[in-house]
Design a protein around this ligand. Structure first.
Ligand code: ATP
Ligand code: MG
Length: 420
Protein backbone atom coordinates (compact mmCIF):
# COMPACT_ATOMS: atom_id res chain seq x y z
CA UNK A 1 0.00 0.00 0.00
CA UNK A 2 1.20 3.50 -0.82
CA UNK A 3 2.41 5.19 2.35
CA UNK A 4 1.38 8.80 2.67
CA UNK A 5 2.61 10.87 5.60
CA UNK A 6 4.54 9.08 8.33
CA UNK A 7 4.42 12.15 10.52
CA UNK A 8 1.04 12.68 12.14
CA UNK A 9 -0.50 16.05 12.62
CA UNK A 10 -0.91 16.22 16.43
CA UNK A 11 -3.81 18.41 17.46
CA UNK A 12 -4.77 19.33 21.02
CA UNK A 13 -8.20 17.88 21.84
CA UNK A 14 -9.38 21.16 23.44
CA UNK A 15 -9.18 22.86 20.05
CA UNK A 16 -11.36 20.15 18.48
CA UNK A 17 -14.48 20.20 20.65
CA UNK A 18 -13.82 16.55 21.49
CA UNK A 19 -16.42 15.75 24.11
CA UNK A 20 -14.35 13.93 26.78
CA UNK A 21 -17.36 13.51 29.05
CA UNK A 22 -18.52 10.76 26.70
CA UNK A 23 -15.33 8.67 27.03
CA UNK A 24 -15.78 5.43 28.94
CA UNK A 25 -13.89 5.34 32.25
CA UNK A 26 -13.08 1.70 31.64
CA UNK A 27 -11.42 2.55 28.32
CA UNK A 28 -9.38 5.25 30.10
CA UNK A 29 -8.36 2.70 32.74
CA UNK A 30 -7.10 0.29 30.06
CA UNK A 31 -5.14 3.06 28.34
CA UNK A 32 -3.64 4.12 31.64
CA UNK A 33 -2.51 0.64 32.60
CA UNK A 34 -0.97 -0.02 29.18
CA UNK A 35 0.86 3.33 29.32
CA UNK A 36 2.06 2.67 32.86
CA UNK A 37 3.52 -0.65 31.73
CA UNK A 38 5.54 1.13 29.07
CA UNK A 39 3.30 0.51 26.05
CA UNK A 40 1.95 3.03 23.61
CA UNK A 41 -1.88 3.00 23.54
CA UNK A 42 -4.56 5.11 21.88
CA UNK A 43 -8.29 5.26 21.57
CA UNK A 44 -8.93 4.79 17.88
CA UNK A 45 -11.51 4.50 15.13
CA UNK A 46 -15.21 5.12 15.30
CA UNK A 47 -15.20 6.28 18.92
CA UNK A 48 -12.93 9.26 18.13
CA UNK A 49 -14.93 10.04 14.97
CA UNK A 50 -18.15 10.01 16.99
CA UNK A 51 -16.71 12.04 19.89
CA UNK A 52 -15.64 14.73 17.43
CA UNK A 53 -19.15 14.76 15.97
CA UNK A 54 -20.77 14.97 19.41
CA UNK A 55 -22.27 11.47 19.09
CA UNK A 56 -22.10 9.02 22.01
CA UNK A 57 -19.79 6.20 20.79
CA UNK A 58 -21.28 2.72 20.57
CA UNK A 59 -18.05 1.11 21.75
CA UNK A 60 -14.41 1.98 22.47
CA UNK A 61 -11.50 0.48 20.60
CA UNK A 62 -7.88 0.71 21.61
CA UNK A 63 -4.78 0.28 19.46
CA UNK A 64 -1.44 -0.49 21.10
CA UNK A 65 2.07 -1.75 20.46
CA UNK A 66 1.58 -4.42 23.18
CA UNK A 67 1.15 -7.89 21.66
CA UNK A 68 -1.94 -9.99 22.53
CA UNK A 69 -0.12 -12.17 25.10
CA UNK A 70 1.34 -9.07 26.76
CA UNK A 71 -2.12 -7.51 26.99
CA UNK A 72 -3.53 -10.71 28.47
CA UNK A 73 -0.80 -10.70 31.06
CA UNK A 74 -1.80 -7.20 32.23
CA UNK A 75 -5.56 -7.72 32.59
CA UNK A 76 -7.22 -10.50 34.53
CA UNK A 77 -10.53 -9.79 32.75
CA UNK A 78 -8.97 -10.30 29.29
CA UNK A 79 -9.73 -12.95 26.68
CA UNK A 80 -7.96 -13.37 23.35
CA UNK A 81 -10.24 -13.99 20.39
CA UNK A 82 -10.18 -14.24 16.59
CA UNK A 83 -8.18 -16.13 14.02
CA UNK A 84 -8.31 -13.76 11.10
CA UNK A 85 -7.33 -10.91 13.42
CA UNK A 86 -6.12 -11.77 16.91
CA UNK A 87 -7.72 -9.34 19.38
CA UNK A 88 -7.90 -8.84 23.15
CA UNK A 89 -11.31 -8.38 24.73
CA UNK A 90 -11.29 -6.77 28.17
CA UNK A 91 -14.58 -7.08 29.99
CA UNK A 92 -15.97 -4.72 32.63
CA UNK A 93 -19.44 -6.01 33.49
CA UNK A 94 -21.52 -5.41 30.36
CA UNK A 95 -18.91 -3.24 28.69
CA UNK A 96 -16.32 -4.76 26.39
CA UNK A 97 -13.17 -2.85 25.44
CA UNK A 98 -11.47 -4.19 22.32
CA UNK A 99 -7.69 -3.88 22.26
CA UNK A 100 -5.84 -4.56 19.00
CA UNK A 101 -2.11 -4.72 18.43
CA UNK A 102 -0.91 -2.40 15.63
CA UNK A 103 -0.99 -4.22 12.33
CA UNK A 104 1.55 -4.02 9.62
CA UNK A 105 0.66 -3.88 5.93
CA UNK A 106 -0.76 -7.24 4.89
CA UNK A 107 1.40 -7.69 1.81
CA UNK A 108 0.60 -10.83 -0.20
CA UNK A 109 4.11 -12.28 0.15
CA UNK A 110 4.07 -12.27 3.94
CA UNK A 111 3.60 -15.79 5.33
CA UNK A 112 1.49 -14.57 8.29
CA UNK A 113 -0.93 -12.93 5.91
CA UNK A 114 -3.14 -14.93 3.54
CA UNK A 115 -5.38 -13.85 0.64
CA UNK A 116 -7.80 -15.60 -1.70
CA UNK A 117 -7.50 -15.43 -5.49
CA UNK A 118 -9.57 -12.21 -5.61
CA UNK A 119 -7.23 -10.35 -3.25
CA UNK A 120 -9.45 -10.75 -0.18
CA UNK A 121 -7.45 -10.90 3.05
CA UNK A 122 -8.18 -14.19 4.81
CA UNK A 123 -5.76 -13.90 7.68
CA UNK A 124 -3.24 -11.38 8.89
CA UNK A 125 -1.54 -11.25 12.19
CA UNK A 126 1.52 -9.27 11.22
CA UNK A 127 2.20 -6.74 13.92
CA UNK A 128 3.67 -3.38 13.09
CA UNK A 129 3.99 0.24 14.10
CA UNK A 130 1.31 2.88 14.45
CA UNK A 131 2.54 4.41 11.16
CA UNK A 132 1.59 1.12 9.46
CA UNK A 133 -1.56 0.43 11.47
CA UNK A 134 -3.14 3.66 10.27
CA UNK A 135 -3.02 2.56 6.62
CA UNK A 136 -4.83 -0.70 7.44
CA UNK A 137 -7.92 1.17 8.57
CA UNK A 138 -10.82 1.65 6.19
CA UNK A 139 -11.84 5.32 6.03
CA UNK A 140 -9.89 8.48 6.80
CA UNK A 141 -12.46 9.55 9.40
CA UNK A 142 -11.95 6.19 11.16
CA UNK A 143 -8.19 6.54 11.42
CA UNK A 144 -7.76 9.12 14.19
CA UNK A 145 -5.84 8.18 17.34
CA UNK A 146 -6.41 9.85 20.70
CA UNK A 147 -3.59 10.03 23.22
CA UNK A 148 -5.36 10.40 26.58
CA UNK A 149 -2.17 11.18 28.53
CA UNK A 150 -1.29 14.16 26.33
CA UNK A 151 -4.92 14.89 25.44
CA UNK A 152 -4.25 15.15 21.74
CA UNK A 153 -5.42 13.58 18.48
CA UNK A 154 -2.95 12.12 15.97
CA UNK A 155 -4.02 12.53 12.36
CA UNK A 156 -1.91 10.82 9.67
CA UNK A 157 -4.36 10.90 6.76
CA UNK A 158 -6.30 14.17 7.01
CA UNK A 159 -9.14 12.43 8.79
CA UNK A 160 -9.95 15.63 10.68
CA UNK A 161 -10.53 17.37 7.37
CA UNK A 162 -13.03 14.66 6.29
CA UNK A 163 -14.86 14.99 9.59
CA UNK A 164 -15.01 18.77 9.22
CA UNK A 165 -16.31 18.47 5.65
CA UNK A 166 -18.60 15.51 6.41
CA UNK A 167 -17.13 13.32 3.68
CA UNK A 168 -16.19 9.67 3.44
CA UNK A 169 -12.95 8.65 1.72
CA UNK A 170 -11.07 5.37 1.78
CA UNK A 171 -7.45 5.48 2.84
CA UNK A 172 -5.44 4.60 -0.29
CA UNK A 173 -6.82 3.13 -3.50
CA UNK A 174 -10.57 2.49 -3.07
CA UNK A 175 -10.74 -0.44 -5.52
CA UNK A 176 -7.89 -2.21 -3.77
CA UNK A 177 -9.31 -1.56 -0.31
CA UNK A 178 -12.69 -2.94 -1.40
CA UNK A 179 -11.11 -6.05 -2.91
CA UNK A 180 -9.13 -6.69 0.27
CA UNK A 181 -12.37 -6.69 2.23
CA UNK A 182 -15.67 -6.19 0.36
CA UNK A 183 -17.54 -5.72 3.67
CA UNK A 184 -16.02 -2.23 3.65
CA UNK A 185 -18.69 -1.35 1.03
CA UNK A 186 -21.42 -2.16 3.55
CA UNK A 187 -19.54 -0.06 6.10
CA UNK A 188 -19.50 2.83 3.61
CA UNK A 189 -23.28 2.56 3.24
CA UNK A 190 -23.70 2.42 7.02
CA UNK A 191 -21.48 5.41 7.78
CA UNK A 192 -22.91 7.57 5.02
CA UNK A 193 -26.38 6.89 6.50
CA UNK A 194 -25.45 7.22 10.17
CA UNK A 195 -23.18 10.24 9.87
CA UNK A 196 -24.79 11.88 6.85
CA UNK A 197 -21.31 11.92 5.23
CA UNK A 198 -21.10 12.53 1.47
CA UNK A 199 -19.74 9.84 -0.83
CA UNK A 200 -18.52 11.31 -4.12
CA UNK A 201 -19.62 9.99 -7.49
CA UNK A 202 -16.25 8.33 -8.16
CA UNK A 203 -16.47 6.19 -5.02
CA UNK A 204 -20.16 5.51 -5.60
CA UNK A 205 -19.24 4.12 -9.05
CA UNK A 206 -16.45 2.01 -7.58
CA UNK A 207 -18.79 0.52 -4.99
CA UNK A 208 -21.46 -0.20 -7.59
CA UNK A 209 -18.99 -1.95 -9.85
CA UNK A 210 -17.59 -4.07 -7.00
CA UNK A 211 -20.92 -4.86 -5.30
CA UNK A 212 -20.85 -8.48 -6.55
CA UNK A 213 -17.74 -9.18 -4.46
CA UNK A 214 -20.00 -9.48 -1.42
CA UNK A 215 -20.83 -12.96 -2.71
CA UNK A 216 -17.37 -14.12 -1.60
CA UNK A 217 -17.94 -13.15 2.02
CA UNK A 218 -18.93 -15.91 4.46
CA UNK A 219 -22.66 -15.58 5.08
CA UNK A 220 -22.16 -15.64 8.89
CA UNK A 221 -20.09 -12.45 8.64
CA UNK A 222 -22.80 -10.85 6.48
CA UNK A 223 -25.34 -11.70 9.20
CA UNK A 224 -23.18 -9.88 11.80
CA UNK A 225 -22.93 -6.89 9.50
CA UNK A 226 -26.68 -7.09 8.79
CA UNK A 227 -27.35 -6.50 12.50
CA UNK A 228 -25.10 -3.42 12.53
CA UNK A 229 -26.76 -2.11 9.37
CA UNK A 230 -30.32 -2.43 10.62
CA UNK A 231 -30.18 -2.30 14.41
CA UNK A 232 -28.04 0.77 15.06
CA UNK A 233 -30.88 3.30 14.89
CA UNK A 234 -30.39 4.35 11.23
CA UNK A 235 -32.06 1.42 9.47
CA UNK A 236 -34.26 3.41 7.12
CA UNK A 237 -31.46 5.70 5.93
CA UNK A 238 -29.13 2.71 5.63
CA UNK A 239 -31.71 0.93 3.44
CA UNK A 240 -31.79 3.94 1.07
CA UNK A 241 -28.02 4.09 1.09
CA UNK A 242 -27.72 0.35 0.28
CA UNK A 243 -30.14 0.85 -2.61
CA UNK A 244 -28.21 3.80 -3.98
CA UNK A 245 -24.92 1.83 -3.93
CA UNK A 246 -26.58 -1.23 -5.58
CA UNK A 247 -25.65 -3.24 -2.48
CA UNK A 248 -29.17 -4.10 -1.38
CA UNK A 249 -29.57 -6.43 -4.37
CA UNK A 250 -26.55 -8.41 -3.20
CA UNK A 251 -28.16 -9.03 0.19
CA UNK A 252 -31.82 -9.44 -0.83
CA UNK A 253 -31.94 -10.00 -4.61
CA UNK A 254 -35.60 -11.05 -4.84
CA UNK A 255 -36.84 -8.22 -2.64
CA UNK A 256 -34.75 -5.77 -4.65
CA UNK A 257 -36.32 -6.94 -7.92
CA UNK A 258 -39.81 -6.77 -6.43
CA UNK A 259 -39.60 -3.25 -4.95
CA UNK A 260 -38.70 -1.91 -8.39
CA UNK A 261 -42.27 -2.76 -9.49
CA UNK A 262 -44.19 -2.67 -6.23
CA UNK A 263 -44.04 0.73 -4.59
CA UNK A 264 -46.22 -0.36 -1.65
CA UNK A 265 -43.72 -3.11 -0.75
CA UNK A 266 -40.96 -0.49 -0.64
CA UNK A 267 -43.20 1.74 1.47
CA UNK A 268 -43.90 -1.17 3.84
CA UNK A 269 -40.15 -1.72 4.31
CA UNK A 270 -39.57 1.99 4.87
CA UNK A 271 -42.22 2.41 7.55
CA UNK A 272 -41.12 -0.80 9.27
CA UNK A 273 -37.50 0.38 9.37
CA UNK A 274 -38.54 3.84 10.62
CA UNK A 275 -40.45 2.06 13.35
CA UNK A 276 -37.31 0.06 14.25
CA UNK A 277 -35.29 3.29 14.43
CA UNK A 278 -37.86 4.78 16.79
CA UNK A 279 -37.64 1.71 19.02
CA UNK A 280 -33.83 2.01 19.14
CA UNK A 281 -34.17 5.70 20.08
CA UNK A 282 -36.53 4.75 22.91
CA UNK A 283 -34.16 1.93 24.00
CA UNK A 284 -36.83 -0.67 23.23
CA UNK A 285 -35.74 -4.10 22.05
CA UNK A 286 -35.41 -4.96 18.37
CA UNK A 287 -34.84 -8.39 16.89
CA UNK A 288 -33.26 -9.54 13.63
CA UNK A 289 -36.15 -11.99 13.10
CA UNK A 290 -38.65 -9.11 12.74
CA UNK A 291 -36.33 -7.16 10.41
CA UNK A 292 -35.60 -10.20 8.27
CA UNK A 293 -39.33 -10.95 8.18
CA UNK A 294 -39.94 -7.43 6.86
CA UNK A 295 -37.17 -7.65 4.26
CA UNK A 296 -38.22 -11.11 3.04
CA UNK A 297 -41.99 -10.61 3.22
CA UNK A 298 -42.26 -9.63 -0.46
CA UNK A 299 -40.71 -12.81 -1.91
CA UNK A 300 -42.31 -15.05 0.74
CA UNK A 301 -45.85 -13.78 0.17
CA UNK A 302 -45.31 -13.93 -3.59
CA UNK A 303 -44.11 -17.51 -3.44
CA UNK A 304 -46.97 -18.47 -1.09
CA UNK A 305 -49.41 -17.09 -3.64
CA UNK A 306 -47.87 -19.25 -6.40
CA UNK A 307 -47.93 -22.36 -4.16
CA UNK A 308 -51.57 -21.75 -3.32
CA UNK A 309 -52.50 -21.44 -6.99
CA UNK A 310 -50.86 -24.79 -7.79
CA UNK A 311 -52.02 -26.81 -4.77
CA UNK A 312 -55.05 -27.09 -2.54
CA UNK A 313 -53.31 -26.18 0.68
CA UNK A 314 -54.43 -23.41 3.01
CA UNK A 315 -52.98 -19.91 2.96
CA UNK A 316 -51.15 -20.61 6.24
CA UNK A 317 -49.66 -23.83 4.83
CA UNK A 318 -48.55 -22.13 1.65
CA UNK A 319 -46.92 -19.32 3.69
CA UNK A 320 -45.12 -21.94 5.76
CA UNK A 321 -43.80 -23.72 2.66
CA UNK A 322 -42.80 -20.43 1.05
CA UNK A 323 -40.99 -19.33 4.22
CA UNK A 324 -38.94 -22.54 4.29
CA UNK A 325 -38.13 -22.11 0.64
CA UNK A 326 -37.17 -18.43 0.65
CA UNK A 327 -35.33 -18.45 3.99
CA UNK A 328 -33.47 -21.63 2.96
CA UNK A 329 -32.54 -20.07 -0.38
CA UNK A 330 -31.12 -17.07 1.44
CA UNK A 331 -28.74 -18.91 3.72
CA UNK A 332 -25.83 -18.60 1.31
CA UNK A 333 -26.27 -14.79 1.34
CA UNK A 334 -27.05 -14.21 5.01
CA UNK A 335 -26.69 -17.07 7.48
CA UNK A 336 -29.84 -16.66 9.57
CA UNK A 337 -29.38 -18.58 12.84
CA UNK A 338 -32.09 -21.17 13.55
CA UNK A 339 -33.12 -19.38 16.75
CA UNK A 340 -34.36 -16.53 14.55
CA UNK A 341 -35.64 -18.35 11.45
CA UNK A 342 -38.02 -20.58 13.46
CA UNK A 343 -39.95 -17.75 15.15
CA UNK A 344 -39.78 -15.68 12.01
CA UNK A 345 -41.66 -18.41 10.14
CA UNK A 346 -44.23 -18.55 12.94
CA UNK A 347 -44.74 -14.79 12.74
CA UNK A 348 -45.20 -14.85 8.98
CA UNK A 349 -47.59 -17.82 9.03
CA UNK A 350 -49.68 -15.94 11.58
CA UNK A 351 -50.34 -13.29 8.95
CA UNK A 352 -52.66 -15.78 7.23
CA UNK A 353 -54.27 -16.84 10.50
CA UNK A 354 -55.20 -13.21 11.20
CA UNK A 355 -57.71 -13.46 8.33
CA UNK A 356 -60.00 -15.53 10.58
CA UNK A 357 -61.69 -13.00 12.82
CA UNK A 358 -63.59 -15.06 15.40
CA UNK A 359 -63.44 -15.01 19.20
CA UNK A 360 -62.21 -18.60 19.19
CA UNK A 361 -59.34 -17.67 16.86
CA UNK A 362 -58.55 -14.58 18.99
CA UNK A 363 -58.23 -16.73 22.11
CA UNK A 364 -55.97 -19.19 20.34
CA UNK A 365 -53.75 -16.52 18.82
CA UNK A 366 -53.26 -14.36 21.90
CA UNK A 367 -51.83 -17.38 23.72
CA UNK A 368 -49.00 -17.56 21.23
CA UNK A 369 -45.56 -16.25 22.24
CA UNK A 370 -45.31 -14.51 18.90
CA UNK A 371 -48.72 -12.78 18.92
CA UNK A 372 -47.43 -9.28 19.82
CA UNK A 373 -44.72 -9.26 17.14
CA UNK A 374 -47.08 -10.74 14.54
CA UNK A 375 -49.69 -8.08 15.38
CA UNK A 376 -47.08 -5.30 15.01
CA UNK A 377 -46.18 -6.81 11.64
CA UNK A 378 -49.85 -6.83 10.62
CA UNK A 379 -50.22 -3.20 11.68
CA UNK A 380 -47.31 -2.18 9.46
CA UNK A 381 -48.83 -4.16 6.59
CA UNK A 382 -52.13 -2.38 7.08
CA UNK A 383 -50.36 0.99 7.02
CA UNK A 384 -48.92 0.00 3.65
CA UNK A 385 -52.40 -0.97 2.39
CA UNK A 386 -51.70 -4.72 2.57
CA UNK A 387 -54.49 -5.74 4.97
CA UNK A 388 -58.30 -5.15 4.91
CA UNK A 389 -59.62 -2.56 7.38
CA UNK A 390 -62.01 -4.94 9.14
CA UNK A 391 -59.14 -7.36 9.83
CA UNK A 392 -56.84 -4.78 11.39
CA UNK A 393 -59.75 -3.25 13.36
CA UNK A 394 -60.67 -6.65 14.79
CA UNK A 395 -57.11 -7.50 15.86
CA UNK A 396 -56.41 -4.01 17.22
CA UNK A 397 -59.40 -4.47 19.46
CA UNK A 398 -58.17 -7.92 20.54
CA UNK A 399 -54.67 -6.57 21.14
CA UNK A 400 -55.97 -3.70 23.29
CA UNK A 401 -58.07 -6.07 25.40
CA UNK A 402 -55.13 -8.42 25.86
CA UNK A 403 -52.91 -5.52 26.88
CA UNK A 404 -55.55 -4.31 29.31
CA UNK A 405 -55.85 -7.77 30.85
CA UNK A 406 -52.07 -8.10 31.21
CA UNK A 407 -51.81 -4.64 32.81
CA UNK A 408 -54.65 -5.34 35.26
CA UNK A 409 -53.14 -8.69 36.18
CA UNK A 410 -49.77 -7.03 36.71
CA UNK A 411 -51.33 -4.26 38.85
CA UNK A 412 -53.33 -6.77 40.93
CA UNK A 413 -50.22 -8.86 41.44
CA UNK A 414 -48.37 -5.81 42.66
CA UNK A 415 -51.21 -4.88 45.03
CA UNK A 416 -51.52 -8.38 46.45
CA UNK A 417 -47.74 -8.64 46.88
CA UNK A 418 -47.87 -5.31 48.67
CA UNK A 419 -50.64 -6.48 50.98
CA UNK A 420 -48.67 -9.56 51.89
P1 ATP B 1 -19.19 1.76 14.95
O1 ATP B 1 -18.56 1.20 16.19
O2 ATP B 1 -19.89 3.03 15.12
O3 ATP B 1 -19.96 0.75 14.21
P2 ATP B 1 -16.47 1.81 14.02
O4 ATP B 1 -15.80 2.61 12.93
O5 ATP B 1 -15.94 2.00 15.40
O6 ATP B 1 -18.01 2.15 13.93
P3 ATP B 1 -15.80 -0.91 14.42
O7 ATP B 1 -16.32 -2.11 13.71
O8 ATP B 1 -16.02 -0.78 15.87
O9 ATP B 1 -16.40 0.32 13.62
O10 ATP B 1 -14.24 -0.84 14.09
C1 ATP B 1 -13.32 -0.01 14.79
C2 ATP B 1 -12.27 0.53 13.81
O11 ATP B 1 -11.54 -0.55 13.23
C3 ATP B 1 -12.81 1.30 12.61
O12 ATP B 1 -13.09 2.64 12.92
C4 ATP B 1 -11.70 1.14 11.60
O13 ATP B 1 -10.63 2.00 11.87
C5 ATP B 1 -11.23 -0.28 11.86
N1 ATP B 1 -11.96 -1.25 11.03
C6 ATP B 1 -13.08 -1.96 11.36
N2 ATP B 1 -13.46 -2.78 10.37
C7 ATP B 1 -12.56 -2.58 9.38
C8 ATP B 1 -12.40 -3.15 8.09
N3 ATP B 1 -13.25 -4.07 7.61
N4 ATP B 1 -11.34 -2.72 7.35
C9 ATP B 1 -10.46 -1.80 7.83
N5 ATP B 1 -10.58 -1.23 9.02
C10 ATP B 1 -11.60 -1.62 9.80
MG1 MG C 1 -16.54 0.96 17.11
Amino acid sequence: MVKQSLQPNKVKAVSLDLNKELISNNALKVLHRLNKSGFQAFLVGGCIRDLLLGIRPKDFDIATNAEPEEIKHLFRNCRLIGRRFRLAHIRFGRELIEVATYRSSAEPDNEKSKRDNKGRILRDNVYGKIEEDVYRRDFKCNALYYDSAKDCVWDFVEGLNDIKKCQLHFIGDANKRIQEDPVRMLRAARFSAKLGFKVDSKLTGQIRRNAGLLNNIPSARIFDEFMKLFQSGYAEKTFQSLLSFDLFKELFPETDAQIKNESNLKYFIEIALKNTDLRVQKSQSTTPMFLLGVLLWGPISNKAHQIKLKSHCSKAQSLLMASYDVIGGHQDKIAIPKRFSGIMREMLVMQAKFEITTDKQAKKMTNSRIFRAAYDFLLLRSMAGDCPKEVIDFWTNVEQQTNHKVNTKYKNNKISRHKR
